[in-house]
Each structure stands twice: as C-alpha cells, then as structure tokens.
Design a protein around this ligand. Structure first.
Ligand code: HEM
Length: 194
C-alpha cells in the first residue's frame, strides 16, 4: 500500500525570515536600547554612525538590476542618503561611504533587504523618541520617518513581494542566512560606534 504523503505546511518567505531571525532581532533591539541613543544628541550622533555603516554598506543592493527584477520598486527605497542628510543636519561629519557588502547570491541579498526594510517598523518607536530630543522628518531624523504610504502599508507591500517569489528550500535557507548576516553586521556596527 502506498503511504499517503503528508501535506507539508510551507510558511511564506516573510514568515520564515521572521522565524529564522527573531532572536537576532531581539538581541539587536536590546543592544540599541541599552546604548541609549536618545539620551543626548551626542549619543544620537553615534546611532547615526551605526545607521550610516549599515545603510551605506547595503545601499548598492537597492540598485542592482537582478534584485529589482525580483522586487520591483526596490530602487526607490534606500535610506542611505537620508542618513547622510541627518548627520549633516546635526553638523556632524559624514563618514566615507562604507564598502558595499557582497552577499553570496540574490537570495542572501534578499535576507539583507528584509532586515533593512523591516527595521522601518521599529523605526516608528525610534522616530517618536527622536522627537523628544528635538528631531523631526526634516531635521536629523529623516531616515526614521515613515514611508509616504505609511509604515504598515509599505511593509505589507514589501512582504507581498517577498511572498510572491518562487523560491525553493535552499534559496529560503540562503535568505534566512542573509538576514542573520545583516543583523550580525548591525551588531558589529553598534559595538564599533558606541
Ligand atoms: C531599539 C531598536 C528596535 C526596536 C524597538 C524595534 C522594534 C520592532 C518592532 C516593534 C517591530 C514590529 C514587530 C511586528 O509588528 O511584528 C520590528 C520589526 C522588525 N525590525 Fe525592529 N526594532 C529595533 C531595531 C531594529 C534594527 C536595528 C533592525 C535591523 C537592523 C530591525 C529589524 C526589524 C525587522 C526585519 C522587522 C520585521 C520583523 C517581521 O518580519 O515582522 N529592528 N522591530
């Protein structure tokens, strides 16, 4: 008698990315809060240098044609220039652009982009904190401001693109690894700038 195949419950990519990187997220979240980036403008400057290191290293990914074919509209989303403008608003030196990261393939790169785009959700809280020290979407906290469509809608649109990808298990694993690499990179940038 043939065994009846059990249906496998396949999680969409966005859910797999979340499940595969949530412990990394929580550690980064805790580290950022422990660094007290909104305790003073000086500490906020350190936070901006962390953001500069991260968004500078991934900026080129947003322009790559193969990634834009997979995720249409990607090239409109990078926040690196906004981070540079925030540093300039505060009269801080804008460091040289960091060397670009080179994920092993497009799937790893998608994990990095998930990490970056998802960080817009937590940025709602960070943006509110930044207002308490006199910053705004036009001064010093441009890169934390919501997408014109609103954070939630923008995120749902990005998730829909991720979940619409035709992606096999190996590619899924590569994307999760990419997201974890991105959080690792962020942790290192935090350690270097605070
Ligand atoms: C103090 C700092 C942070 C706080 C308080 C925070 C908080 C949050 C919150 C509240 C969410 C929404 C969770 C949900 O609606 O399900 C979120 C999502 C997310 N954050 Fe953060 N975050 C922080 C820093 C970061 C950083 C630095 C990164 C990336 C470098 C990041 C990446 C993400 C990602 C990828 C998601 C999407 C998770 C998903 O798949 O739903 N976060 N964060």
């Amino acid at each position: 008698m043939n065994a009846i195949a059990q249906p496998t419950v396949e999680l969409p990519l966005s859910k797999r990315l979340k499940a595969g990187s949530s412990s990394d997220h929580d550690s980064v979240d805790n580290l950022v809060m422990a660094a007290r980036p909104f305790a003073s403008l000086q500490r906020y400057g350190c936070f901006l240098r962390v953001q500069h290191a991260f968004h500078g290293a991934i900026d080129a990914l947003y322009q790559q044609t193969p990634l834009n074919l997979l995720l249409p509209g990607l090239r409109d989303l990078p926040r690196y220039q906004a981070v540079c403008a925030d540093l300039a608003d505060l009269g801080l030196e804008v460091p040289a652009k960091p060397a670009p990261v080179e994920p092993a393939d497009a799937w790893h790169a998608i994990g990095w982009l998930y990490c970056s785009e998802g960080s817009n959700l937590g940025a709602a809280f960070l943006f509110k904190q930044s207002q308490l020290i006199g910053l705004s979407e036009t001064h010093g906290a441009r890169h934390l401001a919501a997408h014109p469509d609103g954070r939630a809608l923008h995120w749902r649109q990005f998730v829909a693109l991720l979940d619409g990808l035709d992606i096999d298990d190996k590619q899924n694993q590569a994307a999760i690894q990419g997201a974890r690499d991105a959080f690792d990179f962020y942790r290192q940038a935090l350690a270097q700038n605070f």
